[in-house]
Design a protein around this ligand. Sequence first.
Ligand code: CAA
Length: 387
Amino acid sequence: MNGFDLSPAEVEARDLARRLAEDVLRPVARAADEERRFPADAVRELARHGLLGMGLPTEHGGLGWDAMQTTLAFEELGRADQSVRGFLTVHCSLVSQCLAGAASGEQKREWLPRLASGEVFGAYALTEREAGSDAGAISTRAVREAGGWRIHGEKVWITNGLSAGLFLVMATVDPALRHKGVTAFLVRGDAPGLRRERIPHVELGHRASEHAVLTFDGVQVRESDVVGEVGKGFAVAMGGLDHGRLGVAAGAVGTLQACLDAVTSFARTRRQFGKRIADFQMVQERVADLSCDTDAARLLTWRAARMAVRGEPRTREVSQAKLFATEAACRWASESVLLLGSRGCSNETDVERHLRDAQALRVYEGTSLIQRIVIAREILGREEKHG
Ligand code: CAA
């Protein structure tokens, strides 16, 4: 496909995810979105097939899939249900894979098998009301005390936040230090002083995901719950996003493929003015351009995934993939609504959900504007500060 040979192990991963997306996610996706209900039974079924541990090594109970295999899986899952794909990207990439890289041996032994089996869901708590794109400006505070720390503050828009059993929480030991004060902590879901509520507004898309406000009212954590070093949590957070943004890009490729599938099948069967609408050149032009953008987004995403497999630095390539794929998904979900006409304007078909979900893809895990900053800095570098 697309001039890339997939290995037998990659094809196997893709096919398993495709089968589960079709048999388990697609039948419930529309109703879950409509009812704003996290499809817990469907997620349990994915866990039964090992998908909640897909990117973790087998020694920790995972499937041992590499970044190319997980990328293929996220595309397939995103094609059917972006809410569940989003759940999994946070659980598997932002939390599990981040911990597999940055956590201590003891932390890995305690948490990774439970994350891999789905006994515990993971959530990543960075965003605050006044610190979204400016992640170094977080004000959730960690105050040292005998044997550990106490955390005070609030996080918003935390995906998986209602049912997570483990939070990777970024807090600052001194806000004046900006990103050099940020420290990453593991917080148990049942920690006294931790309160979670659903966000007070109705989301534009990803309505079957859980988005929570977390309040930390003097939550106690042990010294051994610090991930990495005190004051080095910003790099942990950014490293997690390097994994997560690749999953978002792959999810956006799934949306593009879903749009191409929907438009192709509609254009072949819908008749107007005495012929198939597929025979009008304006429709053909759009199908041709949509297919080019779908393949271009996929190739950028697969390039970043292959670099991840080889362990190469890839911050720029991941951001390029996320930027291009999510922007293309927004454009083409909108065009797909147009092409499907009245059928695109209600949940009679899935394209209206793709249109709403795609908007969030270009916002979360770093907006398209932030991705451009990351890419430009990687290319242009930054001026040396003197004095
Ligand atoms: N890996 C490791 N380290 C990194 C890094 C990376 N990818 N990117 C930056 N760093 C390091 C830098 O090297 C620098 O280190 P030194 O202090 O040693 O020099 C340090 O981090 C600070 O970097 P910057 O000077 O570039 O920091 P900045 O304040 O200018 O911000 C930014 C950079 C790219 C704008 C960053 O703040 C950013 O990515 N913002 C967007 C945040 C985001 O994506 N939020 C989404 C949260 S998750 C979510 O969406 C919710 C959910 O539940 C899904």
